[in-house]
Design a protein around this ligand. Sequence first.
Ligand SMILES: [Zn+2]
Length: 167
Amino acid sequence: MRSSSTNRESGLIVQIPAFFHYNGDSVDFPGISMDVSQRVEARLRAANVKPTRQRIEIGAVLLAGPCHLSADQISARLRESGSSVSKATVYNTLKLFSRSGIIRAVALDPSRLVYDSTIEPHHHFFNADTGELTDIDPAEFDIGSLPELPAGTRAESIELIVRLRNK
Ligand SMILES: [Zn+2]
Protein backbone atom coordinates (compact mmCIF):
# COMPACT_ATOMS: atom_id res chain seq x y z
CA MET A 1 0.00 0.00 0.00
CA ARG A 2 0.95 3.66 0.31
CA SER A 3 3.64 5.03 2.52
CA SER A 4 1.13 6.43 5.02
CA SER A 5 -0.35 3.01 5.82
CA THR A 6 3.10 1.37 5.93
CA ASN A 7 4.21 3.95 8.43
CA ARG A 8 1.10 3.46 10.49
CA GLU A 9 1.81 -0.26 10.68
CA SER A 10 5.31 0.45 11.96
CA GLY A 11 3.78 2.49 14.81
CA LEU A 12 4.74 5.97 13.61
CA ILE A 13 2.16 8.73 13.82
CA VAL A 14 1.96 10.16 10.35
CA GLN A 15 0.69 13.69 10.02
CA ILE A 16 2.05 14.56 6.62
CA PRO A 17 -0.29 13.31 3.90
CA ALA A 18 1.30 10.96 1.40
CA PHE A 19 0.82 13.28 -1.57
CA PHE A 20 3.47 15.60 -0.22
CA HIS A 21 6.02 12.82 -0.61
CA TYR A 22 4.74 12.20 -4.02
CA ASN A 23 5.30 15.52 -5.75
CA GLY A 24 7.96 16.81 -3.42
CA ASP A 25 6.12 20.11 -2.86
CA SER A 26 6.09 22.06 0.33
CA VAL A 27 2.87 22.33 2.31
CA ASP A 28 1.20 25.12 0.39
CA PHE A 29 -2.32 24.86 -0.95
CA PRO A 30 -3.59 28.42 -1.08
CA GLY A 31 -7.07 28.68 0.39
CA ILE A 32 -7.33 25.00 1.31
CA SER A 33 -7.16 23.85 4.90
CA MET A 34 -4.99 20.86 5.71
CA ASP A 35 -8.05 18.98 6.89
CA VAL A 36 -9.88 19.43 3.58
CA SER A 37 -6.90 18.43 1.45
CA GLN A 38 -6.44 15.28 3.50
CA ARG A 39 -10.09 14.38 3.13
CA VAL A 40 -9.92 15.01 -0.62
CA GLU A 41 -6.82 12.89 -0.94
CA ALA A 42 -8.45 10.02 0.94
CA ARG A 43 -11.54 10.25 -1.26
CA LEU A 44 -9.47 10.19 -4.45
CA ARG A 45 -7.43 7.22 -3.28
CA ALA A 46 -10.59 5.35 -2.28
CA ALA A 47 -11.80 5.82 -5.88
CA ASN A 48 -8.43 4.74 -7.31
CA VAL A 49 -7.70 8.22 -8.62
CA LYS A 50 -4.10 9.33 -8.28
CA PRO A 51 -4.16 12.39 -5.98
CA THR A 52 -2.07 14.89 -7.93
CA ARG A 53 -1.76 18.43 -6.65
CA GLN A 54 -4.14 19.83 -9.26
CA ARG A 55 -6.75 17.16 -8.59
CA ILE A 56 -6.59 17.91 -4.88
CA GLU A 57 -7.02 21.63 -5.55
CA ILE A 58 -10.07 20.96 -7.73
CA GLY A 59 -11.44 18.37 -5.31
CA ALA A 60 -11.06 20.77 -2.41
CA VAL A 61 -13.40 23.26 -4.10
CA LEU A 62 -16.08 20.62 -4.56
CA LEU A 63 -15.65 18.44 -1.52
CA ALA A 64 -15.22 21.02 1.24
CA GLY A 65 -18.98 20.81 1.81
CA PRO A 66 -22.18 19.96 -0.06
CA CYS A 67 -22.33 22.06 -3.22
CA HIS A 68 -23.45 22.27 -6.83
CA LEU A 69 -20.97 24.00 -9.11
CA SER A 70 -20.42 24.34 -12.84
CA ALA A 71 -16.96 23.86 -14.33
CA ASP A 72 -16.75 27.64 -14.87
CA GLN A 73 -17.63 28.36 -11.24
CA ILE A 74 -14.96 25.90 -10.10
CA SER A 75 -12.39 27.54 -12.37
CA ALA A 76 -13.32 30.96 -11.00
CA ARG A 77 -12.96 29.81 -7.39
CA LEU A 78 -9.58 28.30 -8.13
CA ARG A 79 -8.40 31.54 -9.73
CA GLU A 80 -9.64 33.53 -6.73
CA SER A 81 -7.65 31.33 -4.37
CA GLY A 82 -4.49 31.89 -6.40
CA SER A 83 -4.44 28.53 -8.15
CA SER A 84 -3.07 28.27 -11.69
CA VAL A 85 -5.02 25.17 -12.74
CA SER A 86 -6.12 25.62 -16.36
CA LYS A 87 -9.73 25.41 -17.51
CA ALA A 88 -8.94 22.36 -19.64
CA THR A 89 -7.53 20.56 -16.61
CA VAL A 90 -10.64 21.49 -14.62
CA TYR A 91 -12.91 20.04 -17.34
CA ASN A 92 -10.88 16.84 -17.69
CA THR A 93 -10.62 16.36 -13.94
CA LEU A 94 -14.36 16.83 -13.45
CA LYS A 95 -15.01 14.17 -16.09
CA LEU A 96 -12.58 11.84 -14.34
CA PHE A 97 -14.14 12.56 -10.94
CA SER A 98 -17.66 11.85 -12.16
CA ARG A 99 -16.59 8.69 -14.01
CA SER A 100 -14.93 7.53 -10.79
CA GLY A 101 -18.01 8.23 -8.64
CA ILE A 102 -16.30 10.97 -6.59
CA ILE A 103 -18.89 13.54 -7.64
CA ARG A 104 -22.06 13.41 -9.72
CA ALA A 105 -22.74 15.30 -12.91
CA VAL A 106 -26.28 16.71 -13.06
CA ALA A 107 -27.43 17.64 -16.56
CA LEU A 108 -29.68 20.70 -16.37
CA ASP A 109 -30.00 20.75 -20.13
CA PRO A 110 -27.93 19.20 -22.93
CA SER A 111 -25.34 21.98 -22.83
CA ARG A 112 -25.22 22.56 -19.12
CA LEU A 113 -23.66 20.32 -16.48
CA VAL A 114 -23.45 21.01 -12.78
CA TYR A 115 -21.22 18.96 -10.52
CA ASP A 116 -22.71 17.76 -7.27
CA SER A 117 -20.62 16.82 -4.25
CA THR A 118 -23.44 14.61 -2.96
CA ILE A 119 -23.15 11.28 -4.75
CA GLU A 120 -26.24 9.50 -3.43
CA PRO A 121 -29.22 9.80 -5.80
CA HIS A 122 -31.39 12.75 -4.77
CA HIS A 123 -33.81 15.31 -6.18
CA HIS A 124 -33.22 18.96 -6.99
CA PHE A 125 -34.94 22.28 -7.35
CA PHE A 126 -33.54 24.21 -10.29
CA ASN A 127 -34.38 27.89 -10.49
CA ALA A 128 -34.13 28.77 -14.18
CA ASP A 129 -34.20 32.50 -13.34
CA THR A 130 -31.31 32.45 -10.90
CA GLY A 131 -29.51 29.31 -12.13
CA GLU A 132 -29.49 27.98 -8.59
CA LEU A 133 -29.63 24.23 -7.98
CA THR A 134 -30.59 23.05 -4.49
CA ASP A 135 -31.20 19.64 -2.95
CA ILE A 136 -34.69 18.54 -2.00
CA ASP A 137 -35.13 16.83 1.36
CA PRO A 138 -36.21 13.28 0.35
CA ALA A 139 -38.61 13.18 3.33
CA GLU A 140 -40.57 16.04 1.75
CA PHE A 141 -40.95 14.42 -1.62
CA ASP A 142 -43.20 11.46 -2.28
CA ILE A 143 -42.71 10.13 -5.80
CA GLY A 144 -45.67 7.73 -5.73
CA SER A 145 -45.68 4.90 -8.25
CA LEU A 146 -43.48 4.45 -11.28
CA PRO A 147 -44.84 4.05 -14.79
CA GLU A 148 -44.41 0.61 -16.30
CA LEU A 149 -40.76 0.19 -17.21
CA PRO A 150 -39.72 -0.76 -20.74
CA ALA A 151 -39.32 -4.54 -21.15
CA GLY A 152 -35.96 -5.91 -20.02
CA THR A 153 -35.09 -2.94 -17.80
CA ARG A 154 -35.05 -2.16 -14.09
CA ALA A 155 -35.14 1.22 -12.36
CA GLU A 156 -31.68 1.96 -11.01
CA SER A 157 -32.46 5.33 -9.45
CA ILE A 158 -34.94 8.17 -9.66
CA GLU A 159 -33.61 11.70 -9.71
CA LEU A 160 -36.02 14.49 -10.44
CA ILE A 161 -35.34 18.11 -11.19
CA VAL A 162 -38.19 20.46 -10.25
CA ARG A 163 -37.76 23.48 -12.51
CA LEU A 164 -38.72 26.78 -10.97
CA ARG A 165 -39.41 30.32 -12.18
CA ASN A 166 -39.54 33.35 -9.91
CA LYS A 167 -43.06 34.78 -9.53
ZN1 LIG B 1 -27.55 17.84 -5.17
